[in-house]
Write a protein that binds this ligand. Structure first.
Ligand code: SF4
Length: 328
């Protein structure tokens, strides 16, 4: 029997990647435009609300090379173009001599943006490695060393404000971390005097949520440098709180926004800090007191949606009120 004849098959041409559809591109451009406007609005709002930047200020923008600091610089540069006040920016990066740190990335980028910058080379990596035992997290000492260096640089560069890239989610996480682990009702302020009393620290991203920063960093394709080159584990407690907040927001959309608003509406008379409200010397004045005690809360008592026991109890209470009303 003759051997079967091999028939050469024509080579299948490799499928070309589908060209982006015009409508998709248009939608992406519209979304990017909306995001840009939102970032400008929220940063402008935070700056105005807390009087973060004043005429003649030199703002030292602390650049770690991560997405947050990149977005902060990007939008500050844009706001400076349009702002009615005249202020200067100087970007600062601390090269901590971590192995593998791509030292050319930030200088190249900052040069391309035409912004004044300073790269400070300090081998804090070796110090942290030497002092912290193997396996322990190094972030706390690392941050303290960085803080000291940044304060010194602010003085040397004539900076009147130090801008840090913390955002809304950092602020909320810090609030819960302080409550859960520090026993304090304390967050991360948009503006405060530094702990050495010599500088004003500002957080222009205070109103911006992290997801928007990630989106803008993706759109603008910033050259991101990760903060994990040192091999340190990230703060586990912060990660847990971040996961808890994400879960809450997934189950109850808008909850993070509400909690963030709550941080701007503190009522010391309805808390228990005797240093924040003069409870011990309180006297009734015999006049209606706006914000005075109302004996019982007047919030609607909505049973939590994901707690069947409470739901049953809540339904029983509602039924009781209905029955009582029908009896009247
Ligand atoms: S991850 Fe590394 S570089 Fe970043 S703060 Fe922690 S120790 Fe410092």
């Amino acid at each position: 029997m003759n051997a079967p004849v091999e028939i050469a098959r024509p080579a299948v041409p490799e499928a070309a990647p589908p060209a982006p559809r015009h409508a998709d591109a248009m939608r992406a451009a519209r979304e990017a435009n909306k995001l840009s406007k939102r970032l400008h609005r929220l940063m402008g709002q935070a700056i105005a609300d807390f009087n973060m930047i004043e005429p003649g200020d030199t703002v030292m923008v602390c650049m770690s090379g991560g997405k947050d600091s990149h977005v902060m610089l990007d939008i500050l540069l844009s706001l400076r173009e349009r702002a009615p006040v005249d202020f200067d920016l100087v970007a600062v990066n601390l090269d901590q001599k971590q192995p593998g740190f791509p030292a050319h990335v930030l200088p190249d980028y900052l040069q391309s943006r035409g912004v004044r910058f300073h790269i400070e080379e300090q081998d804090t990596y070796s110090i942290v490695k030497r002092v912290i035992p193997e396996g322990k997290t190094m972030c706390s000492l690392c941050s303290r060393l960085r803080r000291g260096i940044l304060y010194r640089l602010a003085g040397e560069l004539g900076a009147t404000k130090i801008a840090l890239g913390h955002h809304r989610d950092d602020i909320l996480q810090t609030f819960f971390l302080n409550m859960f682990h520090g026993g304090q009702l304390k967050g991360m302020p948009p503006k405060l005097v530094s702990d050495d009393g010599r500088h004003i620290v500002i957080r222009p991203l205070a109103y911006v949520e992290e997801a928007d920063l990630q989106r803008w960093a993706d759109i603008r394709a910033f050259p991101i440098i990760p903060c994990t080159l040192c091999g340190s584990q990230e703060n586990l407690q912060r990660k847990q709180v971040a996961a808890m907040l994400r879960e809450w927001d997934k189950r109850h959309p808008g909850r993070l926004e509400t909690m963030f608003t709550a941080l701007t509406k503190v009522v010391p008379s309805h808390l228990m800090d005797r240093t924040a409200y003069p409870f011990t010397t309180l006297r009734a004045r015999g006049e209606p007191e706006p914000g005075g005690d109302i004996a019982f809360d007047d919030e609607p008592c909505v049973p939590p949606a994901h707690h069947p026991g409470v739901e049953r109890e809540g339904a029983a209470v509602v039924q009781w009120f209905k029955d009582a009303a029908a009896d009247d």
